[in-house]
Ligand binder design. Structure first.
Ligand code: AGP
Length: 605
């Protein structure tokens, strides 16, 4: 949730750290700080608020290397100057930045306090700085290793020692740490986004690993001291993809990037000749895939909702019982793991703690997991060891848009693949492959009609509560529409299966409570029209997202999308709802890219 950046090399660290912090600010943003080593002393600056507050605090031309920096999303201790990272020991020799939660911090704090240590913050992280200083060790590596033996919980850390500036030490347990390999300089970050401007060659630490990072290279080992071997990966992201370009917000830019993102998800995976799809990363032979009796999809938030669309696609096209469940719930209910079930973990970041824990629960009990993940080399991708990469490119806005769409597209590829191994006909397979090929242009056409959304957004912006309803896959679209709206506009938005409306929520419908109805022209069309009539009878305002065709009911606003193959329609029906949420948020003047209380990647429980 928080962001770490570190640098060691021939350049001054501060500008590199600040640039990295700006890249990571989307992950956590209630305070920021940095420390650089200069002349055997630490120069440390930190402040509550955004990275730009820190920028104002830094002296011009701040010199020194190595350096470490942090953006914080508070867990222990309120957002404040004193709780911002880095934290130091009493002598200000060691400085540490930390992501994660030290679970035994209270006990360690009590012990250290009894030994006379005075704490200067309310954080669990400061404990680590004092512990490192207290270790009898002749290198920073040994001190960090010894301190970490005393700690339980999750961490990604970077530590500098003002008296030994030739190396910095980083370690990982449950919170990502990535090394960037440069030319006689090394970079460290919790997220590849902070590295791509400097290097494309990266190394992901594994849980329980420590790295000693020098300007000319690095060594990794386990916490116990056994050496480990790491092979650098090449990042596929380009630095330009991390900027806003001509857009005012990343959310808008990422919505607009969807045609290209979908093309990348599809690239090399369509096999029109055999009316099917090809997914090299599955690493499961046809025979193995035929043995799958059930599919369970696990993810959080939008990833879970995209999984709901995925489950419907798989059931419809492959006729395999499939079900999505929030990973955060699954991991806590001691689930039965079945050998003939395929578990699919969905995650944009590949770092969501609850999803990772769900994968670990599956594999610990002998189950098979595969990942549908955007971030290449991320923890969940590596924990699954196989799956489908989205290749959607970096998503910086806290809210998922293009990765939601690309996840649904990836599930369509998987469903067709599984279906064609079973009973999906060549004709149906052919139509679906053609429909997938047409999808990017159809999405572009919806985006080009952005202006039609403006007046609807302005009127929805005036309400306090908004309902979203749909049936079957349309309900998943409604869920995502409601989630998007509440995240960026801070309105109360709730999704209901249209069929459930009269079992309770209808009591809330009145002229002040609008409903957005997801209305594909499918076999449930007439039933959905009846739902609209019921809402209308209570004088509830109605906004539709639907496909062209005759409509016999009066509505307050209409958003139309082109038709695809019926199974793929949910992907298109979702697009205007992303634009709607964006435009409502604009009208309400909320913080769009970094909504209050949220962080892009939830790496804590
Ligand atoms: C979506 O708009 C959210 N901000 C959130 O629900 C997100 O989808 C969820 O936290 C899962 O993230 P992941 O895809 O990186 O695992």
């Amino acid at each position: 949730m928080c962001g770490i950046v570190a640098y060691i090399g021939r350049q001054d660290a501060a500008p590199i750290l600040m640039e990295g912090l700006h890249r990571l600010e989307y992950r956590g943003y209630d305070s920021a700080g940095l420390a650089v080593v200069r002349g055997a002393a630490l120069r440390l600056y930190k402040t509550q608020g955004k990275v730009r507050n820190l920028e104002h605090l830094l002296p011009q031309g701040l010199k020194g290397s190595p350096g470490i920096a942090h953006t914080r999303w508070a867990t222990h201790g309120e957002p404040s100057d004193r709780n911002a990272h880095p934290h130091t020991d009493a002598a200000s020799r060691y400085a540490i930045v930390h992501n994660g939660i030290i679970e035994n911090a209270a006990a360690l704090r009590a012990q250290l306090t009894a030994q006379g240590v005075e704490f200067r913050s309310d954080t669990d992280s400061e404990v680590l700085a004092h512990l490192i200083a207290a270790m009898p060790a002749d290198t920073l590596e040994k001190a960090v290793r010894a301190a970490l033996q005393l700690v339980t919980g999750a961490y990604g850390i970077a530590v500098v020692d003002a008296e030994r500036p030739e190396a910095l030490v980083v370690a990982r347990q449950g919170s990502p740490v990535i090394l960037g390999v440069g030319d006689r300089e090394m970079f460290v970050a919790s997220d590849a986004a902070a590295l791509v401007r400097h290097t494309q060659s990266v190394v992901h630490l594994d849980d329980g690993e420590i790295a000693v990072v020098r300007a000319d290279g690095f060594e990794t080992s386990t916490l116990e001291g056994g050496p480990t071997v790491k092979v650098p990966l090449v990042l596929e992201w380009q630095a330009e993809a991390l900027g806003k370009g001509d857009f005012a917000h990343f959310m808008h830019k990422e919505i607009a990037e969807q045609p290209e993102a979908i093309r990348r998800t599809l690239s090399g995976r369509l096999e029109p000749r055999f009316q099917t799809t090809h997914l090299g990363g599955l690493e499961m032979a046809a025979r193995e895939l035929l043995e799958v009796r059930r599919i369970k999809i696990l993810g959080c938030g939008s990833a879970y909702i995209a999984g709901c669309i995925g489950a419907q696609l798989i059931e419809q096209l492959a006729r395999i019982p499939a079900h999505a469940e929030p990973a955060s719930e699954f991991r806590y209910r001691n689930p039965v793991i079945e050998p003939d079930t395929l578990y699919v973990a969905v995650s944009q970041s590949g770092e969501t703690f609850d999803t990772l824990a769900a994968v670990q629960e599956v594999t610990r009990k002998g189950g098979r997991a595969l990942g549908v993940v955007n971030a290449v080399g991320s923890t969940i991708a590596r924990a699954c060891g196989r799956g489908i990469y989205l290749h959607a490119g970096p998503e910086i806005a806290v809210v998922s848009t293009k990765t939601f769409t690309c996840t649904a597209v990836a599930f369509a590829l998987l469903a067709i693949h599984l279906g064609r191994l079973r009973d999906l006909s060549t004709g149906h397979g052919e139509r679906l492959v053609a429909a997938l090929e047409a999808l990017p242009d159809q999405v572009a056409a919806i985006l080009a009609n952005d202006a039609a959304i403006e007046p609807i957004a302005r009127s929805i912006a005036g309400y306090h509560d908004v309902y979203f309803v749909g049936r079957a896959a349309g309900y998943a679209v409604a869920m995502e529409g409601a989630l998007k709206l509440k995240e960026v506009s801070y309105q109360h938005a709730e999704a209901y299966p249209a069929s459930e409306l009269k079992h309770g929520p209808l009591a809330l419908i009145d002229p002040q409570t609008p409903t957005v109805v997801v209305l594909p022209r499918d076999e449930l069309f007439a039933k959905n029209v009846s739902t609209i009539e019921e809402i209308r009878a209570r004088r509830g305002p109605i906004y539709l997202v639907t496909q062209p065709g005759p409509l016999a009911v009066a509505v307050d606003g209409l958003l139309e999308v082109p038709s695809s193959e019926p199974e793929l329609d949910p992907i298109l029906l979702n697009i205007p709802l992303q634009l709607l949420a964006y435009r409502v948020a604009l009208a309400r003047g909320t913080e769009i890219d970094q909504p209050r209380n949220l962080a892009k990647s939830v790496t804590v429980e």
